[in-house]
Design a protein. Structure first.
Lengths: 378, 507
């Protein structure tokens, strides 16, 4: 991806993109399928390499020992990694989204406990329900005064099987609003399922978790969960969009290469105008997505008003384009595209999975128009 | 002022074939009334089979193949055989139970609504049966199908696969105009008493599980269109072996196999079709060969469309079930108006898909290579005649050369080019439309279900993976679109070329 925003001309930021690209090629490329179900390779090694490379602390505030970079930088890195393995990008996304919730929620002057748990390169990745949004995910019940205790079910917690801590929502019975909590997943009362087999992004394993009166640290103010989520969503939607874009770019590259070497019906595939039209559609979808993402990165960095909505709209639009483009990417390879010997079928599954990041598409659409209508009324 | 000629304007010189697509109206009086009951009986059978066999094992088999790509669902084959499904649609004259072949389509739709992969283990068998029958070689057809019936009656599942696709030649083999330029490799060399075959086939549905394989290969790989050979190869023949199993995205229950031929000798008695057999037909070997590869897709493509419809229905059902159970903001998802609009589209797509393939089903009964079976006199005579009569008195006639010659002549020469063109185009239209609708419905359902839709344990994501293959096999949807254009539109447009060189230029 080449998001040519004002920020990206900075040499240091470019270095991060190069770092992500190099990481993807060195650590991911050779074993993409092995990190998928039935998991011949655990993703732990790749996660460890990502941590060592500093990829887990990109959006961690500097005062907590991170790099403190903005969402557009993270987006650039995610798209480069997704072009190779969106599952690994999902791991980084999940952790970064959880960090954004914490950043939004925690008063930085009074966050010693949280800082200790998540800061620096030694901090382990955080688990988070990366595929859910408010209104659609079940909320565990919160009980107790002073020490909060969570009970209930948390479906599809990404990295829940391996992470030490998770950022999870909860609500008091009868309460209308929810809050965010940090839960230690090694405590008694935490019951995890086997990894849930998902359609795509399988390297980013998710589990269902049952909590039974598990002590949890409240993040920020009680009842402000929706506000923190929206802040996180505004920053991380660009990342979600970037994952979709990266998947599309990977699919296009493989389709183009295949069309140039595959002989069909008396000539190379690339010589059929119908094939060229399909490639053209993919290329247009990618260029439009790049423009969208570059635009929302500027808006998201505060350079333009309405950044929140831009990123969400970009994520919705680009993820839809990615689903269409990756399906064509399979189609262009015919039967070979459907087989795991090539990367196309995985990208098609990954694109569909990425569309669920930060919640159900329909509900995100409703939220998007709801925000616009609220503004119009004001 | 004189009106310009159609040739001058480029307008159609004959109307486009829209009127020819109203097959259902023709079917009302030309097809036997009895088939209506067969449709319902087939659907009822499929529902019971789904409840007792398919649904309990569908998700489990899918997951098992993900865990171990060498896993083969032999238990399912055994069950399907116990239910008589591998012989139910084999014509009585060949020893089968003789249920009318058109009822196979709604049966496939029903079973596919529970699992397209398992359904395709049955569908792939009847694809093999159809290809064998389309050779119009009654002698070998009779011997192979009676072997299938005999083995299945003994409790040993015996099925037929179609071995056609090659590593470097897929869709271009299926389309007659592309076949001359296809990079085929599997060669049959004529030798004393038969052929010696060398080469390999890939993506063969149910290959590892099949006993018989309808092998389409070529005497001269540089002139494939002129030298088509169809052979019946039995598992265990010397020189024939199975290679790897493909690692597919979906339809995992139905293994896609590599078949390897290394100096595999196939005796003359297993030659279903070659140049020599059609020498006295009054048409060239190329015409006969291309007719052959044109005839059976018209019958088998509605089958792909039926599988597609089953998936489109299942996606709709999954979405409705989910929306009724899922609460969003304290309100059932199904009570949100935007969701009701999506569900209406899902339902519309499933119903439309069924209507389209049923239209092709009627056309198959009226115009395709199996149309003789639906001649009212033949149909009812066959219906009331006991199987033993065919075995004792009809079957021996199939060994006579003259009977084979007349039967083949009837099929190859009495099918009008108009009907052939219509059926081929309609088969393509049905296949790409219904498979596109299946994919559309799966995408809509997954959109509606959000992250829950991507969970294997809820079943919807499997539909999505399974559906994608429908847009690829039996000719990619793109090539089928061109075939429709060629058969139904270009035919009446002067000066319009199809599959022409240079169309990929910079313009």
């Amino acid at each position: 991806m080449r998001i040519e925003t004002h920020a990206m001309h900075n040499g240091e930021l470019k270095a991060f993109n190069d770092l992500a690209e190099s990481f993807a090629k060195k650590e991911l490329l050779a074993h993409v399928h092995e990190r998928e179900f039935p998991y011949a390779l655990d993703a732990a090694e790749a996660v460890e390499a990502a941590r060592k490379a500093g990829l887990l602390s990109v959006n961690l505030p500097e005062e907590w020992g991170g790099t403190g970079l903005d969402a557009s930088v993270l987006a650039g890195m995610l798209s480069r990694i997704s072009a190779v393995d969106a599952g690994m990008a999902g791991i980084l996304f999940t952790h970064a989204a959880a960090l954004e919730i914490i950043s939004a929620a925690v008063d930085r002057g009074d966050c010693a406990e949280v800082c200790r748990l998540v800061s620096g390169r030694e901090g382990s990745p955080l688990a988070f329900q990366a595929y859910g949004g408010p209104g659609e995910i079940e909320l565990p019940a919160v009980a107790g005064e002073g020490v909060n205790q969570l009970s209930g079910r948390l479906p599809l917690v990404a990295l829940g099987g391996t992470a030490r801590h998770a950022v999870v929502p909860g609500a008091r019975p009868g309460g209308e609003k929810f809050s965010w909590y940090l839960v230690d997943l090694s405590l008694d009362g935490v019951k995890k399922s086997d990894p849930v087999l998902t359609l795509g992004m399988q390297a980013c394993q998710a589990v269902d978790i049952e909590l039974d009166a598990v002590p949890a640290l409240l993040l920020g103010a009680e009842g402000q969960g929706g506000a923190y989520f929206r802040t996180m969503q505004a920053r991380m939607s660009a990342g979600a969009a970037a994952i979709s874009l990266g998947i599309m770019e990977g699919s296009f590259r493989e389709a183009l290469a295949y069309a140039r070497q595959r002989w069909q019906g008396g000539r190379y595939l690339e010589e059929w105008s119908g094939v060229r039209m399909m490639l053209a559609r993919m290329a247009v979808q990618i260029e439009v997505s790049r423009c969208c993402l570059a635009g929302c990165s500027i808006a998201g960095n505060g350079a333009a008003p309405g950044g929140e909505g831009s990123a969400l709209a970009a994520a919705l639009h680009i993820s839809e384009l990615a689903c269409a483009a990756t399906s064509e990417g399979v189609q262009l390879l015919g039967g070979n595209g459907y087989m795991k010997d090539y990367g196309q079928e995985k990208r098609m599954r990954d694109a569909r999975q990425a569309r669920c990041l930060l919640g159900m598409g329909g509900l995100k659409m409703m939220s998007f128009i709801g925000r616009i209508m609220e503004e119009a009324r004001a | 002022m004189q009106a310009p000629t159609p040739e001058a304007t480029g307008h159609p010189r004959a109307p486009l074939g829209f009127t020819g697509t109203l097959n259902s109206i023709e079917a009302m009086h030309r097809l036997p009334v009895w088939i209506r009951g067969d449709f319902y009986r087939a659907m009822e059978l499929a529902r019971r089979f789904n409840d007792l066999v398919v649904k309990p094992m569908s998700g489990e088999v899918d997951r098992k193949v993900m865990e171990d790509n060498d896993y083969l669902p032999r238990d399912f084959l055994k069950k399907a055989n116990e239910w008589g499904l591998f012989t139910l649609w084999i014509p009585k004259m060949y020893g089968g139970k003789g249920m009318n072949m058109l009822s196979l389509y709604p049966f496939m739709e029903e079973v596919s609504s529970a699992c397209a992969g398992l359904a395709n283990l049955i569908g792939a068998h009847y694809l093999g049966v159809s290809v064998l029958c389309s050779s119009c070689n009654m002698d070998i057809t009779n011997r192979v199908l009676r072997d299938v019936v005999k083995e299945n009656d003994r409790g040993r599942p015996c099925t037929i696969s179609l071995a056609w696709t090659e590593p470097d030649a897929g869709t271009d083999q299926v389309q007659a105009p592309l076949l001359p330029g296809a990079k085929v490799r599997t060669q049959a060399t004529k030798t004393a008493g038969g052929y010696v075959v060398n080469g390999s086939k890939v993506f063969i549905s149910s290959g590892h599980l099949s006993t018989w394989h309808m092998l389409i290969c070529y005497e001269d790989v540089l002139k494939p269109a002129d030298t088509i050979v169809m052979l019946a190869v039995k598992t265990g023949m010397r020189g024939f072996s199975f290679g790897h199993k493909e690692r597919k995205m979906g339809q995992k229950a139905c293994v896609a196999s590599e078949l390897i031929f290394e100096d595999c000798f196939v005796p003359d008695e297993n030659v279903c079709f070659d140049r020599e057999q059609v020498r006295r037909l009054g048409i060239t070997a190329r015409q006969a060969g291309l007719k052959l590869i044109d005839m059976f897709p018209a019958v088998t493509q509605p089958g792909v469309a039926a599988i597609s419809t089953g998936i489109a229905r299942a996606a709709c059902e999954a979405a409705v079930r989910y929306a009724a159970e899922k609460k969003v903001g304290g309100k059932a998802l199904i009570n949100h108006e935007w969701v009701q609009l999506v569900i209406a589209d899902l339902y519309r797509n499933a119903v439309s898909s069924r209507a389209i393939y049923m239209e092709a089903t009627y056309a198959a009964g009226l115009l395709s290579m199996i149309r003789l079976l639906f001649n009212k006199a033949i149909f009812y005579l066959t219906l009331v005649t006991p199987g033993w009569f065919f075995t004792l008195f009809v079957s021996p006639l199939f060994r006579l050369g003259i009977v084979n010659h007349v039967y083949r002549k009837m099929n190859f020469e009495m099918t009008s080019p108009e009907d052939e063109r219509h059926m081929s185009g309609l088969g393509s239209l049905t296949k790409f439309t219904c498979s596109d609708l299946a994919m559309l419905n799966c995408s809509l359902a997954l959109d509606l279900m959000g992250a829950d839709g991507t969970r294997h344990d809820l079943g919807a994501e499997k539909l999505f993976r399974d559906a994608k293959l429908l847009q690829i096999y039996e000719g990619t949807n793109e090539v089928n679109r061109i075939n429709l254009f060629s058969r139904h539109i270009a035919q009446v447009m002067p000066g319009v070329g199809v599959f022409e060189q240079g169309s990929g230029g910079g313009l």
